[in-house]
Write a protein of this length. Structure first.
Length: 277
C-alpha cells in the first residue's frame, strides 16, 4: 500500500498576527502549491490537519473553553469558536482545490469525544475510505464534547498522533513558522541552535524550544513532543520543518531528510519510552 503521511499545518503558517482572525493568503497558496507538486511527483496518500491561530485561540480564550462547561456563555463560545474554525478550514480546503487537489473538509466537533481533555473517540472508517480513493481529508483543531467537563478543546497537535496511530500512518510532517525545535527561541536569541534529532534520551534536556509565542490554550510543547515520541516508539517518525521557507514542505513530503528536527525512536533504553508513554 502507498505511504500514508499525516501533514500538520501550524496555525502560525496559515494565519497572520495574534489577535485578528486573518488568513495568510500568500503563504497558504504557496503551501497548497507545494503540496500539489509533491502529490504529482510522489506516490503517497495524504491527510492534512491544520492549527487554529487566532481563529481558534482567541475566542477559546475569551470564553474560557479550556476550563470546560460552566454556564451558557461557554455554549455560545462553542458555537462561535467552531464557526471561526470552519472559516479557516474553508480557506485551506479552497486553496488546495485551486491547485487541483481533491481536498474535503473533515469536521471534528460532530465526530469526536473527549474525556477530561483526552481524545477517546474519533471514528476513522470514513477517513480510511477517503484515503483509499486518494481524497485528501482536511481536519483541524476544534471544540468537542467532553464527557467529564462538558466541552473542551481538541488541538490539532493532539489530533495528529491519534490519527497517525489509528490510520497506521508511515510518518508525520509538521510545518511551523520556525525551522524546527531549537535549544532557545530563535525569534529572541540569535545564537539559538537547531536540534536535528529528538529522542526520549535527549528530550528532558531541552529546556526551551523555539515555538511561536502566540496565544495558545491547547497546551505546551512538552506534551506535543511527548506525543510525537510515543509515535516514534511505534515506528512512526515525525519531522518538524519550516512552513514559511519556499520548497521545504515539498521536499519533506517527498521524503528528503535533514530539513528540520526529526523525532525518532530511541535506539537504546526501552525504559525511556515507557516513562514518556
Amino acid at each position: 500500500m502507498r505511504e500514508l503521511i499525516i501533514l500538520k499545518l501550524g496555525g502560525s503558517v496559515i494565519t497572520r498576527g495574534e489577535e485578528k482572525a486573518e488568513v495568510d493568503e500568500e503563504n497558504l497558496r504557496r503551501l497548497a502549491r507545494e503540496i500539489a507538486e509533491a502529490k504529482r511527483d510522489g506516490n503517497f496518500r495524504l491527510m492534512v490537519v491544520h492549527g487554529a491561530g487566532p481563529f481558534g485561540h482567541v475566542p477559546a480564550r475569551k470564553y474560557g473553553l479550556d476550563k470546560g462547561l460552566r454556564d451558557d456563555r461557554q455554549l455560545e463560545g462553542f458555537s462561535v469558536t467552531h464557526q471561526s474554525m470552519e472559516k479557516l478550514n474553508f480557506s485551506v480546503v479552497c486553496s488546495l482545490r485551486e491547485e487541483g487537489i481533491n481536498a474535503i473538509a473533515y469536521q471534528p466537533s460532530t465526530l469526536g469525544i473527549l474525556r477530561d481533555k483526552e481524545l477517546v473517540y474519533f471514528p476513522t472508517r470514513v477517513l480510511e475510505r477517503l484515503l483509499e480513493m486518494d481524497m485528501i481529508p482536511v481536519a483541524y483543531g476544534d471544540v468537542l464534547v467532553d464527557e467529564k467537563t462538558g466541552i473542551n478543546i481538541l488541538s490539532g497537535d493532539h489530533l495528529v498522533p491519534y490519527l497517525a496511530r489509528r490510520l497506521k500512518a508511515d510518518r508525520v510532517v509538521i510545518a511551523t513558522d520556525v525551522d524546527g525545535v531549537f535549544n532557545l527561541d530563535p525569534k529572541k536569541h540569535e545564537n539559538a541552535e537547531l536540534i536535528k534529532e529528538i529522542t526520549s534520551e535527549n528530550v528532558n534536556s531541552i529546556l526551551e524550544v523555539g515555538t511561536s509565542r502566540r496565544t495558545d490554550v491547547t497546551g505546551g510543547m512538552e506534551r506535543k513532543l511527548n506525543e510525537l515520541l510515543c509515535l516514534a516508539a511505534q515506528g512512526i517518525h515525525s519531522e518538524i520543518v519550516s512552513g514559511v521557507k519556499p520548497d521545504i514542505l515539498k521536499r519533506a513530503l517527498l521524503g528528503e531528510k535533514g530539513l528540520g528536527t526529526l523525532i525518532r525512536e530511541d535506539s537504546g533504553d526501552v525504559r525511556n519510552r515507557n516513562r514518556i508513554c
